[in-house]
Each structure stands twice: as structure tokens, then as C-alpha cells.
Design a protein around this ligand. Structure first.
Ligand SMILES: Nc1nc2c(ncn2[C@@H]2O[C@H](COP(=O)(O)OP(=O)(O)OP(=O)(O)O)[C@@H](O)[C@H]2O)c(=O)[nH]1
Ligand SMILES: [Mg+2]
Length: 306
């Protein structure tokens, strides 16, 4: 395989896992790295439920990122599967990017999350994210020192995944730590996630952003039918699974107003993602205790049961 670029310079490539506590900004950072919205983002913990692959190709380097669910104590089968994804993401990678929320004080939960990366020998970079929210800049140094005492990181990088400040510094740091290697994927390749999965995720994102309390966490979205018979218009039928009748009422809303809003906002984003018009029809179904049902949880994976 040719591992040099046109100029004969070294080509670098490798696999990088983004890990950290829920809500730290891992998915926002993945999207910032890729310059496109691939992973859904919400102001609620446990937004990402699976491993999301995103590939960045630049001059002389190709970086294969894996976004993971936030590290937390599993309370049901879904959570256990989520934590298995984190475990998988720590093995056999070139680098771990541990993302922490710099706007919050260091806590016992951060210490527990650090334990996960201490168990593996993979080198890790610490990202102190959300620096746009930190007014007291010297406090960043204190936080950084706290992390340093608990783990020997290869590098410490404060940034804002949202504003983009510091993101290129992180990219350079990652590239410089990659081994020489080939382009694993074509230049314009972005992800292995099927469109069906990405569309279901966008519907779930709108539910996360528009509903409250238990509803976001007890919701799953499955695309039941995707019809491309008309090349100009994708017809998508999807079901929103909720755990209780009261949740169904919330997701549907007064005169179906909530469901309409979820549908419209998701449709616009799916159209942007797939580059064609979309007809999106949503159904809501009570599926009691789905978070404990192995077969259903398997089917939510991007590639179904492996
Ligand atoms: N102000 C600010 N907000 C950010 C930044 N990065 C992420 N956020 C916000 O933080 C929240 C969580 O972001 P996500 O990217 O979904 O976090 P995550 O780590 O992927 O969360 P899980 O998937 O639940 O583990 C969202 O509301 C983001 O908009 C940042 O740099 N600055
Ligand atoms: Mg996420």
C-alpha cells in the first residue's frame, strides 16, 4: 500500500476514541473535527447510545474517530450495552481523547471515569472542553493540575468544541501522534453509519431537545420503512418507542402539535444530511420496558444484530 502523499511526505493515520462523562461535549467535538453534523447533540446526558464512527481526511493524514456514550453507572440493559461500547472503544486504538467539561468542578464521577482509561495502556490526551463558559481562566490551570495528579496524560488541551477555539490545536496534536499509515478510506468518506440509523438519530435528537424529564431517556426511534422508488423524494416511516402511555401523550402533544414539530425539525435535518427531499411519517408506540429487552436493544444498533 502507498503510504506517502504526492510530495513524498509521510502519511499518518490511526484510530482515535472520544471518551468521557455524559454531556462533556464528545459528540460536539466529533462534529467540530469533521466540520459536519454527524452525531446528535443535546443538553441531556446519555444522548449518544452507541459507537459513532467519523472519518476526517486532510493533507497527509486520515483520522478515524469513534464517538462513544458518556461513562456512567449502568441502571438497565441499554446502559450496560452503552458501557460495553465504551470498553470496546478503549481497546486497540492509537489514541484516546478524554473529554471533560471545564465549566464544572472536578468530582468523584470524574475520578470514576478516569479509572476507565487508567486500565488500558493506550495514550490519552485530556481535552478541557467548554472554555467559552469559563470566565476565570486561571481556574483552568487548577483543573488541569487536578487531572494531571490523577493520570499521566500525553497532552492537555483546553478548547471549545462549540466555538471551535482550540480545535485545530487538538487536530495537530492528534496527527502528530499518529503512526505512519495508509488512507484506510476514500477521500470523501465520512462514516459507516447507515442513512437509516442517522435519520432515526435525528428524530431522537429532536425528542431530546423538545421534551423533558424521563421522556428523552425512555425513547427509542426505529425506521421501519425507507422507500427510494422516487429518486427525488425519500419516503421514511419511523416509529417512536416510549415506555409508558403518559410518555406517548407527551410526545404526541396537544392536537399532535409536538409530534408535528419533532417531524418537521427532523425532516429538515435529514434532507440536509442526505441531500434530497424527504417525506417523513412518525408513529408513536408504547413498548413497555424496552430498555430491558435484549432483542429490541440489539435492533437499535446502527447495523442491527451482529
Ligand atoms: N458552551 C458550550 N457548550 C458546549 C460545548 N461543547 C458541547 N456543548 C454543549 O454541551 C451539551 C452536551 O454536548 P454533547 O456533544 O451532546 O455531549 P456528549 O459528551 O456527546 O454527551 P453524551 O452523548 O450524552 O455522552 C450540548 O448542549 C452542547 O451544545 C462547548 O464547547 N461550549
Ligand atoms: Mg454524545
Amino acid at each position: 500500500m502507498d503510504i506517502t502523499t504526492d510530495g513524498g511526505a509521510v502519511h499518518r493515520s490511526g484510530f482515535i476514541s472520544l471518551v468521557g462523562r455524559p454531556n462533556a461535549g464528545k459528540s460536539t467535538l466529533l462534529n467540530a473535527m469533521l466540520g459536519t453534523k454527524l452525531a446528535i447533540v443535546a443538553d441531556k446526558p446519555q444522548t449518544t447510545r452507541t459507537m459513532i464512527q467519523g472519518v476526517w481526511t486532510g493533507p497527509g493524514a486520515q483520522l478515524v474517530f469513534l464517538d462513544t456514550p458518556g461513562i456512567h453507572e449502568p441502571k438497565n440493559l441499554l446502559h450496560k450495552r452503552m458501557m460495553q461500547h465504551v470498553r470496546d472503544a478503549l481497546e486497540g486504538r492509537n489514541l484516546i481523547v478524554f473529554v471533560a467539561d471545564a465549566s464544572r468542578a472536578f468530582s468523584a464521577a470524574d475520578l470514576e471515569a478516569l479509572e476507565w482509561i487508567k486500565r488500558v495502556s493506550t495514550p490519552a490526551i485530556l481535552v478541557l472542553n467548554k472554555i467559552d463558559l469559563v470566565r476565570d481562566k486561571p481556574s483552568l490551570l487548577v483543573l488541569l493540575e487536578t487531572y494531571r495528579q490523577h493520570h499521566d496524560f500525553a497532552e492537555y488541551i483546553p478548547l471549545s468544541a462549540q466555538s471551535g477555539e482550540g480545535v485545530e490545536i487538538l487536530r495537530q496534536a492528534i496527527v502528530s501522534r499518529m503512526p505512519e499509515g495508509p488512507r484506510y478510506f476514500p477521500e470523501d468518506y465520512l462514516t459507516d453509519q447507515p442513512e437509516r440509523f442517522l435519520a432515526a438519530e435525528l428524530v431522537r435528537e429532536k425528542i431530546l431537545l423538545l421534551t423533558r424529564q424521563e421522556v428523552p431517556h425512555s425513547t427509542a426511534v426505529v425506521v421501519d420503512k425507507w422507500d427510494d422508488a422516487n429518486p427525488a423524494l425519500a419516503r421514511i416511516l419511523a416509529t417512536i418507542h416510549v415506555e409508558r402511555p403518559s410518555h406517548k401523550a407527551i410526545v404526541i402533544g396537544q392536537k399532535a402539535s409536538m409530534l408535528k414539530r419533532i417531524g418537521t425539525e427532523a425532516r429538515l435535518e435529514i434532507e440536509k444530511l442526505i441531500g434530497r427531499k424527504v417525506y417523513l411519517e412518525l408513529f408513536v408506540r408504547v413498548n413497555e420496558n424496552w430498555r430491558q429487552k435484549a432483542q429490541f436493544v440489539n435492533e437499535l444498533e446502527p447495523h442491527g444484530v451482529q
